[in-house]
Write a protein that binds this ligand. Sequence first.
Ligand SMILES: CC(C)(COP(=O)(O)OP(=O)(O)OC[C@H]1O[C@@H](n2cnc3c(N)ncnc32)[C@H](O)[C@@H]1OP(=O)(O)O)[C@@H](O)C(=O)NCCC(=O)NCCS
Length: 338
Amino acid sequence: MSGSITVPPSLRASKVLGIGGYRPTRIITNDEIIDKIDSSDEWIRTRSGIETRRWASDEETVVNMSVAAAGKALANAGVRPEQVDCVIVSTVTHLYQTPSAAVEIAHKLGTNYAAAFDVSAACAGFCYGLSLASDMVRSGTAQHVVVIGVERLSDLTDQYDRSTAFIFADGAGAAVVGAGNDGDEAGIGPVVWGSDGEHLNHIRQKKEWREALFGADGPEMPHLVMDGNPVFRWASYEMSKVAQQALDAAGVSVDDLDVFVPHQANMRITDVMVRQLKLPEHVGIARDIAQQGNTSAASIPLALERMMEAGEAKSGDLALIIGFGAGLVYAGQVIRVP
Ligand SMILES: CC(C)(COP(=O)(O)OP(=O)(O)OC[C@H]1O[C@@H](n2cnc3c(N)ncnc32)[C@H](O)[C@@H]1OP(=O)(O)O)[C@@H](O)C(=O)NCCC(=O)NCCS
């Protein structure tokens, strides 16, 4: 036996260093979609809290929106693209099986041949990616990691489907994760995550690609379908428990918390979680869904960015984030706002 494997000596603290988002320019009002789903502006506002959403144009691709969001996050973090060691992209709407969106994004950002890969964890994707990035930085595998949540859900949404057409939307959000200085406390708490395959079919692509393209009814886009009601109940009640576990894992109480940024699935789900967690009045609640719709993996960084820009989340604040969605999958952690 010869030689020995050298590993970085000890775990260090990881932090979110910067956040950035990209919102497509085209704003879609409820009035523009209600005729196709026999609905009303009032029903959509009351049942989901959504007033407008954004749908991407042809030029606002998964890659282009991601590059814009990540560029902003890097600028806010004060990190140059060539300092990035890894790019993680969470998405379920990059319509190429291969190569990954992450490789093209890493290239367009101008990284120095950074490692790059995509993650498929639906609306929990940003928190999954953040957990991976945090562990890479803590263990010394990477110095700086860009985590992106990006979706063009309008591509996979049937505009005539009453349970999805008013909810899903497009956008990108990004975070830069890096190491703290010696002696710094952790900026990203332990993740609490999991999956529940018993509910595999509650949110799903209607058909697999071969069936959609070559099946008897094809060719057609294999749209997403959702059993809204069971998802609503699962998200509201089970995810409140996961959110509490994420607080406990970080050793943080609701009184210590400054902001709560849950996945922007439905305003009513957020309201139930706020009540279940008994969040005190002083905790700022992300409500980006009203203007942005449900952007799946992009929703948490976009919502946090809006709160930071509005002064509702300040540098150093403690934020509880939690993502949940198709799978069903979930992940939550406490982070310090950069
Ligand atoms: C989709 C959702 C808003 C539907 O709300 P809901 O209260 O569960 O609605 P239901 O399906 O039980 O239907 C209730 C009534 O509204 C009607 N309805 C359903 N969709 C409608 C629409 N788009 N417009 C108008 N009426 C609608 C139904 O026909 C039903 O009418 P009825 O009472 O006369 O029979 C809700 O289930 C939801 O938000 N689920 C979670 C979705 C989500 O967050 N997904 C992403 C997770 S990542």
